[in-house]
Design a protein around this ligand. Structure first.
Ligand code: PLZ
Length: 449
């Protein structure tokens, strides 16, 4: 389908024509402050008018290179033509019936595609919901029903959402949970693998995690272990080799449902359909959201059929879950990844960006660690001179570099338990040319410190 959408006319170029934020953004921000609570904070208060590929354009006409993709959502690029066309066609047909009242094909197709593309060849079933947090909630709920157990284990530095249960599952109290209690019980935070800080082998880190689970909870009371194969908000930690397989093995041996929260690291982000593949994992359940529908709200819980079918008819669902427009967009996302070989684009981005970041690490001793896989890379910032020893967090540098980058037309996300990580989560549509331009801005940002 040919389209004349304005977004198609967005040149893939960085361009800063006003102060950032510009006057139109400042005016909108004033209106917003009067009617939107401060709890909803925006990292960069520039108001967006349109976006395409790896560029977003604000209301003042500034064009930003988007290295965040709305926290890993527009993975195949903003306003991907096939995704927009699929959504528009569905909007014309119908916008809602409620799958649990009168169903439609696209929901079923998304479930088929997830069964095909999540790790493992076993029979799988999928329930579609609205957000990542809701996928986590449903994964836990189904695991509890299946096992008849109550305990939920998560890892240190984890992030799982902002609902009541998921607030209890996050590692970081501030800002996610502070003052919002009481929280759900039976959630246990086990030590994780964070090679840059703990220096442990995968086997030793796994022994530590398992010892915690066995002593503090006990397998007979544990329904599930929820892990992000590569932690997102926590700071893109890639666990030591063998760590995750050892955890999965322990879960299998003890009847604990092993749930991979692939909400940030899944859907082609790391050059595999799901990051679990890099570690040889075949999770009992995979949670997907963010990148699955090109920016439309959709999330999924895909699991072994016998586990998923433990929930009674009527026990799963929700008014908007698996919305037909979102589901149609998701089918197009799967097709585009396949048709355009986008897994290779994630690898391309790693091959260009990782050496560049390692180059910056040689130049600036506040860059303590460079890590990640595919288009999910990060640098951890430490106090000058402590990188080889105490690795003291340096959140101030992260804030200045991100602010400098925004002022110069590059949107860069922060992360990390200590706020001292810069993460690179661009869309796979980011060209090498734009990437080189963004890196030069970031280099300048460090030089300007
Ligand atoms: N699990 C691994 O990364 C969402 C949070 C943005 P929702 N991460 C971005 C913010 O500040 O709210 C996330 C995640 C992992 C679960 C979630 C939750 O997904 O769609 O935001 O509910």
């Amino acid at each position: 389908m040919q389209s004349n959408a304005a977004s198609d006319a967005v040149p893939q170029q960085r361009r800063v024509v006003t102060a950032v934020p510009g006057p139109a953004s400042v005016a909108l921000h004033e209106r917003r402050l009067a009617v939107v609570p401060v709890g909803v904070a925006s990292t960069v208060p520039v108001y967006i008018k349109r976006a395409h590929g790896a560029i977003v354009v604000d209301v003042d006409g500034n064009q930003f290179i988007d290295l965040g993709a709305g926290i890993g959502v527009t993975t195949i690029g903003h306003t991907d033509r096939a995704v927009v066309d699929a959504a528009v066609a569905q909007l014309d047909d119908f916008t809602h019936t409620l799958f649990t009242i009168t169903p439609y094909e696209s929901y079923v197709r998304v479930a088929e595609l997830l069964a095909e593309h999540t790790p493992g060849t076993h029979a799988k079933k999928t329930v579609l919901v609205n957000s990542g947090a809701e996928a986590v909630e449903n994964g836990v709920k189904i695991a509890r029903k299946h096992t008849g157990r109550r305990g939920v284990a998560v890892l240190e530095h984890a992030y799982h959402g902002r609902t009541n249960l998921t607030m209890a599952m996050n590692f970081k109290a501030a800002p996610y949970a502070s003052g919002f209690g009481p929280f759900a019980g039976d959630v246990y935070h086990a030590p994780s693998s964070y090679p840059y800080h703990d220096g442990l082998s995968g086997a030793d880190a796994a022994r530590r995690t398992v010892a915690y689970l066995e002593k503090v909870v006990g397998a007979p009371d544990l329904a599930c272990l929820v892990v992000e194969p590569i932690q997102g908000e926590g700071g893109f930690m890639v666990p030591a080799e063998g760590y995750l397989p050892a955890l999965q093995e322990w879960c299998t041996a003890n009847g604990v449902v092993f749930i991979a929260d692939e909400i940030q690291c899944g859907m082609a982000r790391t050059g595999a359909w799901f990051a679990s593949e890099h570690f040889g994992l075949v999770p009992d359940m995979v949670l997907a959201a963010k990148g699955i529908a090109g920016g439309l709200p959709l999330a999924a819980v895909t699991g072994r059929s016998e586990i998923m079918d433990s929930a009674q008819p009527g026990g799963l669902g929700g008014t908007f879950g698996g919305n037909p427009v979102s589901a149609a967009a998701a089918v197009a996302v799967f097709e585009q990844i396949e048709k355009n070989g986008l897994l290779a684009e994630a690898a391309r981005i790693e091959h260009t960006l990782k050496p560049a970041l390692l180059g910056l690490q040689q130049k600036y001793d506040v860059i303590g660690d460079v890590r990640g896989i595919g288009a999910m890379l990060a640098i951890e910032l430490v106090q000058p001179g402590t990188g080889a020893t105490s690795k003291e967090p340096n959140a101030a540098v992260v804030a200045s570099v991100a602010a400098y980058a925004a002022q110069h037309g590059v949107l860069l996300l922060t992360a990390g338990t200590y706020g001292n990580v810069l993460r690179f989560l661009p869309s796979l549509a980011l060209t090498d040319e734009l990437l080189a331009d963004a890196i030069s801005v970031i280099d300048d940002a460090f030089a300007a410190l």
